[in-house]
Ligand binder design. Sequence first.
Ligand SMILES: [Zn+2]
Length: 377
Amino acid sequence: MNNENVVEILSKLISCKSITPEDDGCQEFIELYLKNLGFETETKKHGSVINLIARYGKESPVFAYAGHTDVVPTGDLDKWLTNPFELTEIDSKLYGRGTSDMKGSVACILISIREFLNLNKDFKGSIVVILTSDEEGPAQNGIKKLVNDGDLTKHNIDMCLIGEPSCKKILGDTIKNGRRGSLSGKIIVQGIQGHVAYPHNAMNPIHAFSSTLKDLVNKKYDKGNKYFPPTTFQISNLNSGVGATNIIPGQLSMDFNFRYSTETTCEELMSDITKIMDSSDLKYSINWHHSGDPYLTEKKELLDICVSATKEILDVTSNISTDGGTSDGRFIAKICDQVIEFGLINESIHKINEHTTENDLRNTVKVYSQILKNIFN
Ligand SMILES: [Zn+2]
């Protein structure tokens, strides 16, 4: 048992149609695999979301691998070169939904653990594996829930590596030591609808909002820091008017999003926006949606171990980055002060014809194995 190679494990995982929040047997397979290696496992179901927590060992240090088994939908099947739920090799590329994000990494995690335990049965420390089927969806019943319910607290995790696809062009080029926060809002400005020929009987919200809009866009929310670029403010939708050319609109709505650094907070940004809005005489309302705080791992140990592993195994000097969207790192960072992300190349993730290569999988196994070796040396 447990003698499959990394491609065989990936092939098994790809054959599960685990479109978020479904898991379709991925975690059952992984749970059995880890049990066979001597792990104790625990499953937490929340609605249609399934989460797996597995642990080997009782001592510290405690190192955790985290990730997800769900994938995004395939998109137009006719545009795929292959069946997205059947791992298929064409010209040395392995195609399938989830190959890079992130069943490939999950397969590498399993092999690295098996190889490590084969050589170090009695190492001092513990390995924890945390998987969810709710990362690509609303991300409410996955890692967030495990953290909030205290399911992970008892494991006293010292360090966590998330196997999200962090690399850009070549394997090893990027390690993430944090992510920006994300805050969205919708502003509605009230005007008074009327005839364009009688503006004194109306109040045009586009005209009224125009100078405030400029202030919102021109404001420097922060300068960023060593690890984070400056906070960005972007408007995604701006709507007003009913389509007719002789009507002054009665309302304007604007959607916007902040991707923010650790130099500011969600509360500060909300107050910045409110101050700018209040400095006008606009009648307005705002609705906020906060999808995640930023997180940052400055503490060096795990980051150093990962950087030296990519250098040694791949001969690549990794760039340390906090870019990209949000990840489950934002939740794990609340219970663990060293969280980093390292995994396969993210160029094809969420796209039609997502793929990876056997070479990258084998090299990722080597990097993960080296990390385990250095943590528990
Ligand atoms: Zn992912």
